[in-house]
Design a protein around this ligand. Sequence first.
Ligand SMILES: Cc1ncc(COP(=O)(O)O)c(C=O)c1O
Length: 433
Amino acid sequence: MFPPPRSRARFYGRSTNYMTVARDALAGRIREGDDVAGIERDLAAFLGAKHVVMMPQCRVGIFLTLRELTRTKKKVVLSPYTIHDVINMVICAGAEPVFADIDRATCNIDAREVARLVDRNTAAVMVTHLHGLACDVEAIAAICQERGVALVEDTAQSFGGRVRGRRLGTFGDAGVFSFGMAKNVNSLYGGAVATDRDELADALRAEIAGLPYFDTETLLRRAAFCLTGDVITWGPIFGASTYWLFRFGYLHDVEQLNKRVRGEDAPAIKESIPEAYLRRMTPMQARLLAPQLPEVDRLSAIRLGYARRYDAGLAGIPEVIRPPLREDGSHIYLNYAVQVPDRHALLRDLMTRGRDLTVQHMGNNADYACYGRWHRDCPNARATASSVLLLPTYPGYGDDEVDRNIELVRAFYARGARRAAAPVPITEEKAVG
Ligand SMILES: Cc1ncc(COP(=O)(O)O)c(C=O)c1O
């Protein structure tokens, strides 16, 4: 048998956050204080942006920003390889998604496709810096500037990343961030839009000011969910029970268990913004964020350390496409996303041998029937969507866990290579023939 592994994921944010939530809820202080304005100032300074407007979720930031930027022209060029609710937000904003294929080496939108697809009806290009890796943002910003279209950066997975010292989310007209529970900065629900454009910031502020705060029950429910997640992925409990349940669910295809850890639901189109999305971040959530900001770069450096280890350890396996190794801050390695041709065969083997890992559940939105009106053939997104396996990098995961993942991935492909090289056994039929 094998020692139980560490969990595939852990929530970011301080454990004292739960105390803050409970204390503020009991004292009726969740909506009190000017902490939202305070965190907006802190974030603007951190990013080097003129304005930051806090959002209830990143997706709402995308919706409101695109609604402002697509008042006259309607096309928004974007990557199809993202969460499907991002596509919904484009549609809810009254805009028309134009899917531009990605570069397989980065999983991000291909700048050449952007140049090809922007036309006189294009209002904006929205790039995603997926898995923490900056897209080719300088080239795309130059294309946008030259053609007079807006650039929006979906920085949900790459908060703190930099290109040549400049923070991601500040290269275009707006950068949109997520502080949702699965991100490297966590306020239960949360997001922000950064922009240097005064009129955009004013319009977003006016929209947000008209929304109700999250209600206490919603926040308590989310905090309870995160706390449960923290407890069941805590080493001793994870090793004694949770892991075996997750493993059983995966190896025996138990949908009831698997859907709880999947993160992405089945894609379904939304044509109008759900009422439940239209909320406002509370001062209590801003208080959760404040102590996390100074930690962002330190934690990114820890993840980079794991990425270096994976990069060296997985080098030379022809089946494995590794993400680029970036030492300059342009990849924060929210995960170490490798692409392999047979990801479920590999994952099954790794889970059988005592690992806890997952595939990336995002799909190629350009192929989903619900977005059929906007279908475009994006072969790289299609191939990538069925290939990505996420290797953990969260601080506290441990070099030994990284090394064990490497060792078992190498062994899996070495066995495959040995099988491929073995002489084909002569079957009776062949012998007779
Ligand atoms: C690339 C990307 N964009 C947008 C979002 C939406 O973030 P939020 O849940 O804060 O709306 C996510 C969330 O997972 C994401 O991964």
